[in-house]
Design a protein around this ligand. Structure first.
Ligand SMILES: O=C(CO)[C@@H](O)[C@H](O)COP(=O)(O)O
Ligand SMILES: [Co+2]
Length: 220
């Protein structure tokens, strides 16, 4: 699979949302983190800001919902025009029904896994999803250190997908940088969320290109 780079706008200057999205227009997708201060101990924004990202029409929008009760809230993000909507396995009451609803509304469905959540119980559900998100930090904040033990989970996730014969993306999110992206790609990830690595770089566009090139050495 060709590597795709999804900068997270979590730590960008969102007072200038459109400008920040233009800065990363050479990326593949804009990753937008929705946090509700319940599922994670942090609060960001909700549907209006995500709609503004979609309306800016710079990049497809990947909504990462770190919220309780995604069964209730996630469909609205698909209706808003997000290219993909990821909800967390730990929070969903009816993940299959929710994934089908997201797809019916025209978005790709993603299943997010906290570091402590294994892929094995969800292996039978892979066909319901377009993307599996392996969190490589504890969700809630940008700028954290990449959790190396998650590489093993990325490997097992990719192996389960290969065994199923399906074409499903493996996304890694958290601490992805020039230092870590190659190991994540080698383990089987093909979609890379990078927040601080991109927005703290002097040249965000060049950083996106550099990350893509490094991942491309390992993605097939
Ligand atoms: O979902 C999250 C955090 O919970 C991420 O999308 C972060 O925003 C990524 O930021 P960096 O770790 O790349 O700084
Ligand atoms: Co995220």
């Amino acid at each position: 699979m060709k590597p795709t780079i999804s900068p997270s706008i979590l730590n960008s200057d969102i007072g200038d949302l459109r400008g920040q999205l233009r800065l990363i227009s050479g990326a593949d997708v804009a990753h937008v983190d929705v946090m509700d201060n319940h599922f994670v101990p942090n609060l960001t924004w909700g549907l209006p800001v995500v709609e503004a990202c979609v309306r800016a029409d710079v990049l497809p929008v990947d909504a990462h919902l770190m919220i309780e009760d995604p069964d209730r809230w996630a469909p609205a993000y698909a209706e808003a025009g997000c290219a993909s909507v990821t909800f967390h396995a730990e929070a969903a009451a009816a993940p299959i029904r929710l994934a089908r609803e997201i797809r019916r509304l025209g978005a790709r469905a993603g299943l997010g896994l906290r570091p402590a959540t294994d892929i094995a119980p969800y292996a039978g559900l892979l066909g319901e999803f377009d993307m599996i998100l392996v969190m490589t930090v504890e969700p809630g904040f940008g700028g954290q250190r990449f959790l190396e033990p998650m590489l093993e989970k990325v490997r097992r996730t990719r192996a389960a997908i290969s065994a199923s014969g399906l074409q499903i993306s493996v996304q890694v999110d958290g601490g992805v940088s020039r230092e870590t992206i190659e190991r994540a790609a080698e383990a089987g990830a093909d979609n890379f969320v990078a927040g601080s690595a991109v927005f703290r770089a002097e040249d965000a566009a060049a950083e996106v290109d550099a990350l893509r090139a490094l991942a491309g050495r390992h993605c097939h």
